[in-house]
Ligand binder design. Structure first.
Ligand SMILES: Nc1ncnc2c1ncn2[C@@H]1O[C@H](COP(=O)(O)OP(=O)(O)OP(=O)(O)O)[C@@H](O)[C@H]1O
Ligand SMILES: [Mg+2]
Length: 259
């Protein structure tokens, strides 16, 4: 059984990509078969996983246009035991190109049904917007959305808009869309502000916030420049410990037993 989660928050720089790739890397390390789908034209997840662009023979763009994912499009990283459907610059044009197409909001969901391999987890990394790409991500999020929220001033600002979009998708496209959880990121234990945000977000999303919080960590910010997730770059850092704990929380909540 494949679990499909989409990382979403239209606010930029809150830790969507960092959470997607590091969660994916730890799930893979724990023996899960994992696919990361890079649904962002910025292609940060693709870059963070150190993809050799010459190896790319297809991308999320092709998946959306053709509602199909041929085997050659999926890149497998041996070291990380992790698969990636990469993004490409062409994805920036997809929203416009799909506007008059039928079932335009269902393109990614339908494409994922054609994957040649079976995965335990598929994590979809969205761009910082609520446009058609993100709507495709929401419609494909069979098991829910994961919302990273940065522990900063006005953290909750914009979440109302996100909640409205989720409601709209529920009422018109995908009634079973749910919030799987909120991940608090860039927590700084030295500031009252960070602690206040944790409290505030827990009040706003009771029972839906992952207990483990991701601290602000230089190692987490450095890892992408080496094309590595934190599990490979600095496995004993506090950031790695946090994402490992969140991966375990996710597995436990999903009722998945690991050895
Ligand atoms: N816990 C953390 N500690 C320190 N730096 C972090 C942490 N999480 C993310 N960052 C850094 O913050 C920046 C934004 O993170 P990230 O790219 O994951 O956010 P995003 O929500 O995907 O952004 P975008 O909206 O542009 O896609 C990146 O430079 C990343 O390395
Ligand atoms: Mg991102």
């Amino acid at each position: 059984m494949t679990r499909i989660y989409t990382l979403v928050n239209q606010k930029g720089g809150v830790g969507k990509t960092t959470t997607a790739i590091n969660l994916a890397a730890f799930l893979a390390k724990m023996g899960q078969r994992v696919l990361v789908v890079d649904l962002d034209p910025q292609a940060n997840a693709t870059a963070c996983l150190g993809v050799d662009k010459r190896a790319m023979q297809g991308s999320t763009y092709d998946a959306l246009l053709n509602s199909e994912i041929p085997a050659v499009s999926v890149l497998y990283n041996d070291r990380l035991q992790l698969s990636l459907l990469p993004s490409s610059p062409a994805l920036a044009g997809a929203e416009v190109e799909l506007v008059d197409e039928t079932e335009r909001e269902f393109r990614l969901r339908n494409a994922l049904k054609t994957l040649p391999e079976t995965y335990d987890y598929i994590l979809i990394d969205c761009p910082p917007s609520l446009g058609l790409l993100t709507v495709n991500g929401l419609v494909a999020a069979r098991d829910g959305v994961i919302v990273p929220v940065q522990c900063e001033y006005l953290a909750l600002e914009g979440l109302g808009q996100l909640t409205q979009t989720i409601q709209r998708v529920r009422s018109s496209l995908f009634p079973h869309l749910r919030v799987r959880g909120v991940v608090l990121t860039m927590f700084d234990p030295r500031t009252n502000l960070s602690n206040d945000v944790v409290q505030e977000v827990n009040n706003h999303f009771p029972g839906q916030v992952f207990k483990n919080v991701v601290p602000r960590s230089i190692r987490l910010a450095e890892a992408p420049s080496y094309g590595l997730p934190i599990s490979a770059y600095a496995p004993s850092s506090v950031g790695a410990q946090a994402y490992e704990a969140i991966a375990k929380e996710l597995l436990k909540g999903d009722g998945v037993k690991t050895t």
